[in-house]
Design a protein around this ligand. Structure first.
Ligand SMILES: *Cc1c(COP(=O)(O)O)cnc(C)c1O
Length: 497
């Protein structure tokens, strides 16, 4: 990897380009997860240049690099204004921080809530089952107990009364989503914030996914319920700029209604011989690159740009949902109210996971979601503005893929494999057993057993046909899914010698 003499720049870039060829397409409007593409000509070049200008600047010390402080404060103000805060609003004292992503924003919201109540020795948070997995990660890392509130299988929302009932004396934070990632539905924020406030508990709105589009959709006439700082009782809200603000990866904003609510978010340490460390976020050294790139994106797109992109996205969502409705055997999980189209199968002869593979084979990359509690497995489409020019092709492709999936028939797992998946406990899963399972599923062909010393790392294959794997995971309880996938990913992540 470290060449003796080093390679010329053009050769290095050619290598990366060759590696990138195996990736899913980040442009072209056929990828419905992971990537948020506005398809604005010139934006990639602009953000790359902005990133380069600030890549070596360190956010560790805002006094040493005022450029970064200025850009952060501008991003926070922009997010706050969009989300019901700022001068003349219901939240005039709003403050915030730029974080590396939604997960970090949520961890910090939980940390601030936990550390503001040091008298509570066994803190807890209340989160709807539809809340993002990052809340569970935050609870795990911060040793806070996660109290999950179920969602209605039809509305896919939690009932405020159930949230109220879950609040205990040790609860430091109540959370809700606007909208949820899995289904794109907006929780009853006002009612949940009210029950939290009545109990004297903070309320965080996770608007990481769609917080940047909901205000624009509302301006376009979509009925968006109140969800932001304009709502009494909402104490913090997060929005990812690397999602629908269309900034390159690595930027989210966490807002608190006032500085006192943010206070416990900071980590400060002077009890060592080096510099006094004052960190508002998890990282200490922080690159200015993503912040500058996000700043450039917001400045370039402007309010009119975001309104236009939201309109294109809304039109794409309407068209995609129509395409789903037109196919017998499919059903929308919810009427789309934001930027997600999510559907399930109503016909046992139509296997959703086979359908996902058939769509992939036709160049459409969707995201399968496994069954959970009493929710059926589903297919998730995150819709971005880049999808708009493609929607006319989606309907025929979906119909064609459905026909192919019906012809192929549902996945039938070998009974012994199914029995294994449903009976194994996570503790019984040794690395050897998982390697055997993975190999049996075609996941392990070129992947070495742990400790074999063979090359793994880059180039390890993932199968074209994921339906068998998804069917096995779908049959397994969540704890087993976690273990299987950890073992599998750990086999991929090996040094490339
Ligand atoms: C994406 C997302 C997160 C986590 O954000 P990352 O940037 O992936 O860390 C949290 N909440 C919601 C609703 C999200 O969509």
């Amino acid at each position: 990897m470290i060449d003796e003499k080093g390679l010329p720049a053009d050769e290095v870039l050619a290598e990366i380009r060759a590696l990138r060829a195996a990736d899913r397409p980040t442009h072209g409007g056929r990828l419905f997860a992971y990537v948020y593409d506005p398809a604005v000509p010139g934006l990639d070049e602009l953000t790359a240049a902005a990133h380069a200008q600030s890549a070596h600047v360190n956010g560790l010390d805002p006094t040493a690099f005022p450029s970064l402080l200025a850009m952060e404060n501008a991003l926070v103000a922009a997010a706050a204004r969009l989300l019901g805060g700022g001068p003349g609003s219901a939240a005039p004292d709003v403050v915030g921080s730029v974080t590396s992503g939604g997960t970090e924003s949520l961890i910090l919201a939980v940390k601030a809530a936990r550390d503001a109540r040091p008298e509570i020795t066994t803190p807890r948070i209340v989160v709807p089952a539809s809340g993002h997995a990052a809340f569970a990660k935050a609870a795990h890392l911060l040793r806070v107990t996660l109290d999950t509130v179920g969602v209605d299988p039809v509305t896919l929302r939690p009932a405020p009364a159930d949230v109220a009932a879950a609040i205990r004396p040790e609860t430091v934070l109540v959370a809700c989503s606007a909208p949820s990632y899995a289904h794109g539905v907006v929780d009853p924020v006002a009612e949940i914030a009210a029950v939290a406030a009545a109990a004297g508990v903070r309320c965080h709105v996770d608007a990481c996914f769609g917080g940047w589009t909901l205000p624009y959709l509302r301006r376009l006439g979509v009925p968006v319920p109140p969800f932001d700082l304009s709502v009494d009782g909402v104490t913090s809200i997060s929005v990812d700029l690397h999602k629908y603000a269309y900034a390159p990866k690595g930027v989210s904003v966490l807002l608190h209604r006032d500085p006192s609510l943010r206070a416990a978010q900071y980590f400060a340490y002077a009890d060592w011989p080096g510099y006094t460390m004052i960190n508002p976020v998890l990282a200490s050294t922080r690159s200015g690159g993503p912040i500058a790139a996000a700043y450039a994106t917001l400045r370039h797109l402007g309010d009119a740009g975001y309104l236009r992109l939201a309109a294109a996205t809304r039109d794409a969502v309407t068209a995609l949902a129509g395409a789903v409705r037109d196919v017998a055997g499919l059903r929308l999980m919810a009427e789309p109210e934001s930027t997600v189209v999510c559907f399930t199968a109503t016909d046992p002869d139509l296997d959703l996971f086979v359908l996902v593979d058939e769509l992939t084979a036709r160049g459409w990359h969707t995201q399968p979601q496994l069954r959970y509690a009493d929710l059926l497995p589903s297919v998730h489409l995150t819709v971005t503005a880049s999808v708009a020019p493609r929607v006319a092709e989606f309907g025929p492709a979906l119909a064609d893929a459905v026909a192919a999936a019906r012809a192929a028939g549902p996945v039938r797992l070998p009974p012994e494999l199914l029995a294994l998946a449903t009976s194994l406990t996570p503790e019984a899963l040794t690395p050897e057993l998982v390697a055997g399972l993975a190999a049996g599923l075609g996941l392990g062909a070129a992947t070495p057993a742990p400790g074999s010393g063979r090359a793994g790392g880059t180039g390890a294959p993932t199968p074209e046909r994921m339906a068998v794997v998804n069917t096995l995971l779908d049959a397994a309880p969540p704890a087993l899914r976690e273990r299987l996938l950890v073992e599998f990913v750990s086999l991929l992540q090996r040094p490339a010698w």
